[in-house]
Write a protein that binds this ligand. Structure first.
Ligand SMILES: C[C@H](O)[C@@H](O)[C@@H](O)C(=O)CO
Length: 469
């Protein structure tokens, strides 16, 4: 649920305003009803804005409620300087909304106000139409979701476990830039804390976690790389990270893993999969975005996708392009959230399709990798990357595909079978993708959130780059 401010802007001539006030008020009633019907809280200015004094005072009153987004409503001709004063008193994201009705010049009011805001460089969105029309309401809700995501980032903390993995420049970002641009602070935590605290997790807790995984998933012990003891070590690591998340009030995280933990302790695959999942062996829980290889821009992208969609977010390597099928194998080095196996609310349904395999030669410390093939469906794929220090959001639509067990296995065996796979058809030619995409990792959520991402970029002053669009 979002908190949405609502002000209706009117004509500055007292005799005109008097005549159109009921019309303007009823249009505001309709907007409030539509937004409340969609489950949001609406903070309405007590009075219609028809003087310069009311422009500032009413906007300040609404701003005091700290709305995620403020809507200026235009159903009549509205003096543009009222919008300018009200916008100045509105610190957060702003949308101008106009009905399209020939009886009163509301649309003219929106265009005049929008032009004036453009002149001073004030970012705002514009929506037009009847909010009773589901398509108009949906266009308005795009702005609501984008504003919520941007607001959700501000004042949050990213937990960075370990530093730059294996020389990846794309996995580390400038913390000054993060705070200034996104309002996100970075808490550095040494991976030693995971090792130290994992020893302190109660044996019963680790055992119960292991038994739950043995019951619901398919565990392939080999007596060397994957033993009950190593699986329990992974479960202990999960609880250690959960404890650190609570202690440091972390909103989202990344874990370096390679090479220290994957060579000498165990992989973080179980930890990362179940942090990203909406459940673990102890029951349902909120997702906690966690990026493999402590990839900061990955985690930030994932957190935005989570705040927009509410769903768990996929983290993956862009591992292989099957040119004969024009599909990509998105296969992370050991885990995808298990929710992606069937995208079911019932963990058992997802885990039935999950295989815990002994870790491969890259990771001599052993443990389980979390193998499954992602369930089919339409996806939005995205990634924040940087060009010459400036952020851009690279976005592509696509779909996960499922070819049946035999073909899936044949495809998965061409790369690293033991890792999870999402066979993905992307709406972009491979040449374009490979020549433009600025990272080795990509992220995804089910559904179409391109419009929301575009708005997020406007609000954050990030370049929006649609690939294949
Ligand atoms: C094999 C490497 O150790 C992997 O971690 C590598 O493929 C990556 O995941 C790079 O993002």
């Amino acid at each position: 649920m979002a908190r949405i401010g609502l002000l209706t802007i009117s004509d500055g001539r007292d005799f005109v305003h008097r005549d159109i006030a009921d019309w303007a008020r009823s249009s505001e009633d309709a907007i409030a009803a539509a937004l409340e019907g969609a489950g949001h809280e609406v903070v309405r200015a007590p009075e219609l804005v028809w003087t310069n004094e009311l422009a500032s005072s009413q906007a300040r009153l609404v701003a005091e409620a700290r709305p995620d987004l403020t809507i200026f409503n235009y159903s009549v001709w509205a003096f543009p300087h009222f919008s300018m004063l009200a916008a100045d008193a509105t610190p957060g994201p702003l949308v101008l909304l106009s009905n399209i009705d020939p009886v009163q010049p509301g649309m003219v009011g929106m265009l005049a106000a929008g032009g004036a805001l453009d002149q001073i460089g004030r970012v705002h969105g514009r929506v037009w139409g009847d909010v009773a029309d589901p398509a108009t309401l949906e266009r308005l809700l795009v702005h609501v979701r984008a504003a919520q995501a941007v607001g959700g980032l501000r004042g949050s903390t990213f937990g960075r476990f370990g530093g730059r993995p294996m020389g990846m420049y794309t996995a580390v970002a400038n913390t000054d830039q993060w705070l200034a641009a996104f309002g996100v602070d970075v808490e550095e935590i040494d991976q030693w804390e995971i090792v130290r605290r994992s020893e302190l997790v109660s044996p019963t807790r680790a055992k119960e976690g292991r038994e739950w995984l043995e019951k619901h998933a398919n565990v392939h012990y080999d007596g060397k790389q994957l033993t009950p003891e190593l699986l329990e070590r992974q479960i202990r690591s999960y609880h250690a990270v959960r404890e650190l998340i609570d202690e440091w009030n972390l909103d989202f995280s990344g874990i370096k893993g390679q090479p220290e933990l994957t060579t000498h302790f165990t992989t973080m695959d179980i930890t990362e999969a179940f942090l990203n999942d909406p459940y673990d062996w102890e029951g349902p829980k909120p997702t906690h975005v966690t990026a493999t290889e402590s990839d900061m821009d990955a985690a930030l992208t994932m957190q935005i996708l989570k705040l927009i969609s509410g769903d768990p977010v996929l983290f993956a390597d862009v591992r292989h392009y099957h040119a004969d099928r024009d599909i990509w194998d998105l296969a992370n080095s050991g885990q995808h959230a298990t929710w992606y196996a069937a995208r079911s609310d019932d963990p058992a349904e997802n885990l039935r399709r999950v295989h815990l395999y002994p870790e491969v030669f890259f990771f001599p410390a052993g443990g389980a990798s979390v193998h499954h093939v992602a369930a089919p469906g339409d996806m939005t794929l995205a990634r924040l990357t940087r060009h010459s220090g400036r952020y851009r959001m690279q976005v592509v639509r696509g779909a996960f595909e499922d070819y049946g067990d035999e073909v899936n296995e044949q495809l998965a065996r061409q790369s690293t079978f033991e890792w999870p796979h999402a066979f993905t058809r992307m709406d972009v030619p491979a040449d374009e993708f490979l020549s433009r995409f600025g990272a080795n990792h990509i992220h995804a959520v089910p559904g179409d959130y391109v419009a929301e991402l575009e708005q997020v970029c406007r609000l954050l002053d990030v370049d929006f780059q649609r690939l294949g669009g």
